[in-house]
Ligand binder design. Structure first.
Ligand code: 15L
Length: 274
């Protein structure tokens, strides 16, 4: 049987770098596309390293050739100017979906964010957490771009029958520590992230799905029901880091009241290192 070939866009970014070693599998080739430099393949590592932008239709057409699934992580991962957000996140995702469609790729996994619903209240979901298909309430231009790609994914499923799974990622870092106490709520551990992508790659005929990307954190405010229906099982919990964060100030005011935390009050359209 031919190897499964999975294209990862934005593979040199934070999430892409964490996923590269974790999504290696016997019988799978990872095609890694990014504008930024990436380490070459290690001996025996089944990866194809490509340099290119998600906004470049030709590069995307070539990157999608012979691919079984796309994990689209590429784009700005923070607030930025409207022009840059529109170009890279929205137009870029359209370019990725269009290239995937033209190449006959049947499954695309899109990285959305909690910021597409950043202005939903943190207590809105009650005990089970905010449903994964809650309508958008973006907190930034960045959040608007994520709401737009959720809609683009829905369109490409409805028009072309592609399986499109959109993950509203909380915060995926090695540990929740850099995020402070909010990370105890939003953290998606890298290992859980890999488990989630594996579930998205393996689920039989998922159609269009919107799911949360989060670990089963004690302080979780997002629902896991929808991701679990796809076969995801979280094995991590940010609470194991709680003691290390005990002396860091907890969010207050708007940052505590809304899902997007500090993004809700950061200046619109300005690069934001949060
Ligand atoms: C995001 O969408 C960002 O990509 C990530 O860098 C984190 O800042 C995360 O949101 C968050 O909400 O913490």
């Amino acid at each position: 049987m031919a190897d499964q070939r999975v294209l990862i866009t934005g593979s040199a970014g934070v999430v892409g770098t964490l996923m590269r070693p974790r999504l290696r599998r016997e019988g799978r080739v990872l095609r890694l596309l990014d504008l930024a430099p990436q380490p070459a393949a290690e001996p025996g590592e089944a990866v194809e390293v490509r340099t290119g932008s998600v906004t470049d239709a030709e590069a995307m057409a070539s990157a999608c050739e012979g691919v079984d699934a796309v994990i689209h992580l590429g784009g700005h991962s923070r607030e930025n100017s409207w022009e840059a957000t529109l170009d890279v996140n929205i137009d870029g995702t359209h370019t990725v979906l269009e290239a995937a469609r033209a190449a006959g790729v049947s499954r695309v996994i899109l990285a959305s964010s909690n910021h597409s619903v950043g202005f939903r209240r943190t207590d809105e979901g009650g005990a089970t957490g905010l449903p994964a298909d809650s309508p958008p309430r973006p907190d930034t231009y960045y959040g608007v771009s994520k709401a737009a790609i959720e809609a683009l994914g829905s369109l490409y499923h409805s028009r072309f029958g592609m399986d499109v799974i959109v993950i509203r990622i909380g915060s995926c870092f090695e540990t929740p520590l850099p995020l402070g106490p909010r990370g105890l709520t939003t953290w998606l551990s890298p290992d859980d992230g890999a488990r989630l992508f594996e579930a998205c790659l393996a689920a039989p005929s998922p159609g269009y799905r919107l799911i949360w990307g989060v670990s089963d954190n004690t302080r979780r405010i997002y629902s896991l029901t929808e991701a679990e229906a796809l076969g995801y099982k979280s094995l991590d919990n940010a609470e194991t880091y709680a003691e290390q964060l005990a002396d860091r100030p907890a969010p207050t005011g708007i940052a505590a009241e809304y899902v997007g935390g500090p993004f809700c009050t950061a200046p619109l359209g300005e690069f934001n290192p949060l």
